[in-house]
Design a protein around this ligand. Structure first.
Ligand code: PGA
Length: 261
């Protein structure tokens, strides 16, 4: 995998937004897998700025969700459908018809998982999947010990993840659902390009285990080592646990200018 160390979150957002713009110039109807949480917001802001300036045309772009809470009422402001509509679809001016996500509101969760796998396949697969990483190494909501071959399914969140996400629910951990639908690790690995963004000291250990540790289900993000085109973008704080940081910096500095992410 390629590891790119950037000065700060804004630089990471700009770098990834440019990679998305380059993809859309090659493939105007690309399917972009988007992630929720705080980390990817600078990517969406940088991409929206490019749309406003005319640097990229997103009129045919499509977006899809990585995961969703189970049991929040339709339209709940913290459902990931609402978050993606608010943070991505609206600022980019995309049609809500260009948006795919699993239904976490229905009774039949199993059917919703199968329907989402089928919808992703019917859409031709994900061209670029943006990922955050949990402090426990999760990607999507694939918590530690998720099967590395897993497909879209229901998962139970760890207490740590519910604590981490309580800030989106007014600090009330009881308001954070226990269950989610998430693309599986195998589903995520089907995307043609994986781009993981991590910022802040709190992610340093998870990043080091992802990049430099063994591939292991205990660190779900380590599955990126199995993907032929995976890019990990980290700010200085999130890179602080990387033994090979000097090598990653040298590699980046020597990278041919014609090569994108
Ligand atoms: P965060 O979440 O970007 O809000 O830290 C990342 C994740 O849980 O995947």
């Amino acid at each position: 995998m390629e590891v790119v160390i950037v000065p700060d979150a804004a630089a990471g957002g700009e770098l990834i937004a440019e990679a998305v713009a380059a993809l859309l110039r090659r493939t105007p109807d690309a399917l972009l897998g988007v992630a929720t949480g705080s980390t990817p917001l600078p990517v969406y802001q940088a991409l929206a700025a490019k749309v406003r300036s005319g640097a990229v045309d997103v009129s045919r772009a499509r977006v899809c969700q990585l995961d969703e809470y189970v049991g929040l009422p339709a339209g709940h402001p913290e459902s990931y459908r609402s978050v993606v509509l608010r943070e991505v679809v609206a600022p980019l001016g995309l049609s809500p018809d260009a948006f795919l996500g699993p239904d976490g509101t229905g009774e039949d969760v199993l059917a919703a998982c199968e329907a989402y796998e089928a919808a992703l396949a019917a859409a031709g697969g994900v061209d670029l999947q943006l990922l955050g990483i949990g402090t426990d190494g999760h990607i999507g909501f694939n918590e530690p010990c998720s099967s590395l071959a897993s497909r879209t399914r229901i998962k139970t969140l760890t207490e740590q993840t519910r604590v981490d996400n309580a800030r989106f629910f007014g600090g009330d951990i009881e308001a954070v659902p226990h269950h989610v639908i998430t693309q599986g690790i195998g589903t995520i690995l089907d995307a043609r390009h994986l781009v993981l963004l991590a910022t802040g000291e709190g992610k340093a250990e998870a990043v080091a285990r992802t990049v430099e540790g063994p591939v292991a289900a205990i660190v779900p993000a380590s599955a990126l080592q199995l993907h032929p085109h995976a890019t990990v973008v980290v700010d200085e704080a999130a890179a602080s646990g990387l033994e090979l940081a000097p090598y990653f910096r040298a590699t980046r500095a020597a990278k041919p200018s014609w090569q994108g992410l």
